[in-house]
Structures are given as C-alpha cells and as structure tokens.
Design a protein around this ligand. Structure first.
Ligand code: CP
Ligand code: NVA
Length: 329
C-alpha cells in the first residue's frame, strides 16, 4: 500500500525533516533524483484555480523524469458526476501518483482510500500541506538551514495573521507543530482555527517540543518571531462572502511595517500567494527587504519534488502507526 500526503501530520517529525533535507539537496542539484524515469505519468487534477501549484507540480514531475498529466477535473467525467472512487480506480491502473486540488478534505480522503498509488493534497478547503513544506524550507534556509542540528526548525517561531479558520492556518498549525516550532495564530474570534485541528496541533507540539498559541492580538502574536505569515482574506470557494471578508473584519491583522517592526530583528515575511496588496499585506512589506515570497514560491518546486521522491521511496508503510505515535515511539 502507498503512503499518501493528505495533511501535514501524515509525515512524522523525522520524516518531515527527511523530506526538507532532500528538498534542500535538490535546490543544489536539481536533476539528482529520477523516481519517475520511464517516463511514468503523474496525474495532477484541479477543481480550483492555480498558478504556482500547477507550474511547480508539472515542472517537478518532468524534472523527476516523469510526465505530468494535468487535468481540469470539471472537464473530466467527474464534472458530469462520475464518482471519485471510480475515477481513482481508472487513474491508479495507469499513473504512478495522483495530485489533487479540490474542495472538502473528505473528497481526497475518499480518493486515498481507493488509490493504490500515492495521493497528494494540492490544497483542500481544510489544508494546504505542500505549501507548508515549501514555507518550512524557506524559513530553514533563512534561519540557519537544516544542517545545524537534528531539528534546525525546532524552537523557531512563526506568526500567522488573518483568517485563522482557513487551510493555511490549519496547515501552519499542524506542519509547524510537527517541526517542533512555536506557532502563533492571530485571528478575530469569529475566524479561529477548527478546535479539532488546534487540539491535534497541541498534541503534536507536546511530543515535538513545539508550542501553539491562538490569540486575537496581532501585536502579541508577532512579538520577536522568526517569520510573519499571512494569506488572502477570501479563499477559493468563499467568493460569495467577499464583501464581509474585508478590512472591517480582518483589518487589524493586515501585515504592516509597524507589525513587522515588532517581529524579530531578522524576521522574514511569507505569503503563499496570490497576494492582495493593501488588504492582508502592505505593498511595502511584501515588496520590501524582509519578504521572501519569491523564494517561497520557487520552493514549492523543490519541496514537492522531494515529497514525491520520498513517497515513491516509502511505498509500504501504510500499516505504520499514525504520525504522532510514530514520533512518540
Ligand atoms: N500558493 C498557491 O498554492 O498558489 P496557486 O493557487 O497559484 O497554486
Ligand atoms: N487560502 C487560499 C490559499 C491559496 C493558495 C485559498 O484557499 O484560496
């Protein structure tokens, strides 16, 4: 049975570090690994818009020796009602991995329950775990790399400001906790993380030495942190709420120069992109010296290549205990 990557804690702390170390190595020697040589085909399905995810998976699969098959899911028979299970059975007879950007997490979980090849979450309403791997790689590059100890990210801190209930907030909580980081989420009381995700992040942090804080105070959240993070106030699928998701609700959480000045002296600014200047981030911050957003966007390529290589290298671990149990044992 294959290993899948559906959310951030599908990798243990040690496994996440292996993936990040491989990603770092691939930044130095881009064509070092060829797990899809043949070429083997990887299906990349989109139910939502994408620029970075589309380009980085397609490019990465080619660089790993394979052939990407990018499918607009709405234009496939799924768009006319063919079931996820039947679609997955057809795909897994032919391709070597499936990457899917979709809506509810239960959709990709259903796919993974049927798939005989690795399934990778390229963003759901609940999680965006590939983005967090790229972000952790970016933070590691800027705060001493991964080579200076067993867990170079452990003890580092990051503060995410804005919609605390979206996919990025949830993935920062889980992925940051797996990395042993100090993760802080500042959001209005109406848009806090899912309590179940928060509880899971707290459980993981207790095992990895990390910590988790959710607050409505953006100033307290950014105090002294290594990285300040934000995301759009209107995620894909929330377009109907656009007028309500504006500065009246989230304005206090916009990343400004004043807030960046309260972060650590060498703090970096990250944004998964696309960004809306003058909304969740000031132009002077995202276009300023602390911003590492273009490295972050490039790191999608390296992180996902490492993830795909790692999953191909670890095909038979489906019976292993869950991530937390593995990290605790
Ligand atoms: N950050 C990110 O996933 O970008 P896209 O929506 O353009 O893929
Ligand atoms: N939270 C955003 C992330 C985009 C990459 C969304 O889901 O639209």
């Amino acid at each position: 049975m294959p290993r899948h990557f559906l959310k951030d804690d599908d990798l243990t702390s040690a496994e996440q570090k292996e993936v990040l170390e491989l990603a770092l190595a691939l930044t130095e020697d881009r064509f070092a690994r060829r797990p899809f040589a043949g070429p083997r085909t990887v299906a990349v399905l989109f139910d939502k818009s994408s620029t970075r995810t589309r380009v980085s998976f397609a490019t990465g699969i080619v660089e790993l020796g394979g052939s990407p098959l990018v499918i607009e899911a709405g234009a496939s028979q799924m768009g006319r009602g063919e079931s996820i299970a039947d679609t997955t059975r057809v795909l897994t007879r032919q391709v070597s991995a499936i990457v899917w950007r979709t809506f509810g997490q239960e959709r990709i979980e259903e796919m993974a329950s049927v798939a005989t090849v690795p399934v990778i979450n390229a963003l759901t309403d609940e999680y965006h775990p590939c983005q967090i791997l790229a972000d952790l790689l970016t933070i590691a590059q800027r705060t001493g790399g991964l080579a200076d100890g067993d867990q170079a990210l452990a003890g580092r801190s990051m503060a995410y400001l804005g919609d605390g209930a979206n996919n990025m907030a949830h993935s920062y909580l889980l992925g940051g906790a797996v990395a042993g980081m100090d993760v802080r989420i500042a959001a209005p009381a109406t848009h806090r993380p899912d309590p179940a995700v928060l509880a899971r992040a707290e459980e993981i942090a207790a095992a990895t030495g990390g910590s988790v804080l959710v607050t409505d105070d953006p100033v307290a959240a950014v105090a002294g942190v290594d990285a300040v993070l934000t995301d759009t106030w209107v995620s894909m699928g929330q377009e109907d709420e656009k007028s309500a998701r504006d500065a009246d609700l989230f304005g206090a959480y916009a990343v400004t120069d004043e807030l960046m000045a309260r972060a650590g002296e060498t703090a970096v600014f990250l944004h998964c992109l696309p960004a809306y200047r003058g909304k969740e981030v000031a132009a002077s911050v995202i276009d300023g010296p602390a911003s590492v957003v273009w490295d972050e966007a490039e790191n999608r390529l390296h992180a996902q290549k490492a993830l795909m290589t790692w999953l191909v290298d670890h095909p038979d671990d489906a019976t292993a205990p869950h991530a937390l149990e593995r990290s605790a044992s």
